[in-house]
Design a protein around this ligand. Structure first.
Ligand SMILES: [Zn+2]
Length: 347
């Protein structure tokens, strides 16, 4: 019996030294024990080999039974420990990307091949800054909040006026006189409480814009005048952020994606000079069809979703011009200008 135990010890130790896992080593032990069992059963009593390997099968069966009991006890303990460990402490269980209600909320996005769960996650991890909570800002803010962009900033210093309600559908009659950013933030919170809304009630200037822009991944400009659009473009280029810029007048609107850091034109490559004041009439002076900002703002929001998810072909380096009066659309290719005062090779 001592001989067999010595053989088993040698088999086990050689296996351990060679780095063999426990499973194959247990198989080796079982093979040796099986051979011993055959010797005990097949050879007559008193045979030298049978005497050398224990002499009695019952002794080995007792020993094997004991070993099986010990192994079973160990396995049982391991199983109980795994069950008793609280789920929160399990280091190999990552926090799910979405809560159950988010999975239901974004289901129509996730079933789109070009968005899917990965794209929805990018939207959730993304941030945008929307300049202006007016006609274009309204659908942009509503759709981006609904689409689940994780963090949405909105900058405006105006208050809601009765004359806004003809097209600025994010505001309501009982918000008249309230700051537009507060009214918009309230509406977005009611659409999607998972979105972090950051209202900035301030006048955007060339001084404060670049630092504010750097806090966001993407800038959407829905401002209503050329001066602001040029300043937003310059600040976006300075901050290295892509800019989706929209503009509307009367029955016509335009939208483009400007991103010199990504190799395409900036707004000033296309419109090098600010028109003199009074040359381009504002909505207040020339009028605007109520649903027009809905069309252009929705395209801006769609381009933002595409930019985050990488779906399709973006408007980078292109400008869409939409004529609402005759229902006609054109897309123009935009080229970057080497002598652009904002993104060109100055001195
Ligand atoms: Zn440029």
């Amino acid at each position: 019996m001592t001989l067999v135990l010595a053989i088993l010890a040698v088999v086990w130790i050689i296996g351990a030294v060679m780095g063999t896992p426990k499973g194959p080593r247990l198989v080796m032990v079982a093979v040796v024990m099986g051979a011993v069992g055959v010797i005990q059963l097949a050879l007559p009593a008193g045979h030298p080999l049978r005497e050398a390997t224990g002499g009695d099968i019952r002794l080995w069966l007792l020993l094997a039974g004991f070993a099986v009991l010990v192994l079973a006890y160990q396995q049982g303990l391991r199983w109980l420990r795994a069950r008793a460990r609280p789920a929160a402490l399990m280091p190999d269980t990552p926090k799910p990307a979405f809560e159950d209600d988010e999975l239901r909320r974004y289901a129509r996005h996730m079933m789109l091949r070009d968005i899917g769960g990965q794209g929805q996650k990018r939207l959730k991890n993304g941030s945008v800054l929307v300049v202006g909570a007016g006609g274009l800002g309204a659908p942009v803010l509503q759709y981006l909040a609904a689409a689940g962009v994780g963090r949405i900033g909105v900058v405006d210093f105006d208050a809601v006026d009765l004359s806004n309600l003809q097209r600025q559908v994010i505001h309501t009659e009982n918000q008249i006189g309230q700051p537009k950013v507060a009214s918009a933030a309230r509406a977005m919170g009611q659409i999607n409480h998972h979105v972090a809304v950051e209202p900035h009630e301030q006048r955007l200037t060339a001084e404060n814009a670049p630092a504010l822009f750097q806090r966001y991944d993407l800038i959407l400009d829905g401002s209503d005048n050329f001066e602001t659009r040029f300043m937003v473009n310059d600040a976006a280029v300075a901050a290295g952020r892509p800019l989706i810029s929209g503009a509307i007048a009367q029955w016509e609107g335009q939208v483009g994606l400007y991103h010199p850091a990504g190799g395409c034109a900036c707004y000033r490559c296309v419109f090098p000079e600010t028109p003199p004041p009074g040359m381009v009439p504002s909505c207040a002076e020339a009028g605007v069809a109520g649903p027009l900002p809905g069309v252009i703002g929705s395209i801006m929001a769609l381009e933002a979703v595409k930019w985050f998810t990488g779906a399709g072909e973006s408007l980078a380096g292109r400008m869409l011009v939409w004529d609402g009066l005759y229902t006609d659309a054109r897309v123009m290719r935009l080229t970057r200008r080497a002598d652009c005062p904002t993104c060109g090779e100055k001195g």
